[in-house]
Ligand binder design. Structure first.
Ligand SMILES: Cc1cc2nc3c(=O)[nH]c(=O)nc-3n(C[C@H](O)[C@H](O)[C@H](O)COP(=O)(O)OP(=O)(O)OC[C@H]3O[C@@H](n4cnc5c(N)ncnc54)[C@H](O)[C@@H]3O)c2cc1C
Ligand code: FES
Length: 233
């Protein structure tokens, strides 16, 4: 069962062993707030699967958005470790995290409103979604964004177009049988508003724009390989 955060005011997160602190807005995760602040916190999937964002929670409390996330073992949790991508601070806290230049975002991720302007069937269960934002779409090939549909958990989707000044973000989405968010996306009427948070992921130099391939129940992307549903791959 997921706990629910009771967000009030922003929290201050201190990186243990350094003078670095950053602000985490109510409801934001330790990872995403750190990246928004321009820090190179280590991560890959942003979705609780890979374990790359594991941190030591030295002081303070967090709300764990997904206590059953496969990216961390119970033994690690018992030692005070958490997944930064699934942890929302419940107040000021101190964490020990791996920080590296390679993770410093080229374009700092931001959360913004977007509108569904087009949907085009590619196969019986794959659809290309076109979302329009009010600001230019700045990202690098190989990156992804988190899509937030009202009342649903966020899911990661890789951009299938290239950066542009028109604010156009496109995604190729496979409808996952019984999948919560992909089915809700397929049911969205044109003009619907949703939230897009990104870009995320390490953009690979020279990686082609249409970079993600779904095969063997895994997404093979510039930033790694991830299960297409339920960690069953
Ligand atoms: C970096 C990355 C890029 C991706 N790019 C694409 C893409 O371009 N196109 C595409 O179709 N799919 C992509 N995916 C997969 C996508 O994010 C979804 O997992 C997929 O659409 C199924 O979501 P669903 O809600 O329909 O299915 P569900 O079966 O409802 O959920 C599936 C996934 O949600 C996660 N999850 C389950 N429970 C929880 C919980 N309580 N809290 C948080 N997370 C939970 C798990 O990772 C699980 O695999 C990508 C995934 C990652 C990590
Ligand atoms: S980035 Fe947190 S588990 Fe992958």
């Amino acid at each position: 069962m997921s706990q629910s955060a009771e967000p009030g005011s922003a929290s201050t997160v201190h990186l243990a062993g350094s003078d670095t602190t950053y602000s985490c807005a109510p409801g934001d995760t330790l990872l995403r707030a750190g990246l928004r602040a321009g820090l190179g916190l280590s991560y890959e999937c942003n979705a609780g699967s890979c374990g790359t964002c594991k941190i030591d929670l030295v002081a303070g409390e967090v709300c764990d958005l997904w206590p059953e996330a496969p990216g961390i073992k119970l033994r690690d949790r018992e030692r005070g470790r958490r997944l930064a991508c699934q942890s929302v601070p419940l107040g000021d806290c101190t964490i020990k995290s791996r920080v590296a230049e390679v993770y410093v975002p080229v374009h700092r991720p931001q959360r913004q409103s977007v509108w569904l302007t087009g949907a085009r069937d590619i196969t019986h269960d794959m659809r290309e979604f076109s979302l329009r934002a009010l600001t230019p779409a700045t990202f690098r090939a190989g990156q992804y964004a988190m899509l937030h549909l009202a009342g649903m958990p966020p899911r990661a989707y890789s951009m299938s177009n290239t950066a542009n000044a028109d604010g156009l973000w496109q995604f190729m989405v496979r409808r996952t049988p019984n999948g919560v968010v992909s089915n809700a996306l397929f049911a969205l009427p044109p003009g619907s508003a949703l939230e897009l948070d990104g870009p995320y992921g390490l953009a690979a130099r020279g990686w082609p724009a249409r970079h993600c391939l779904y095969s063997g129940r895994l997404w093979h992307c510039a930033h790694g390989r991830y299960p297409g549903r339920g960690g069953d791959a």
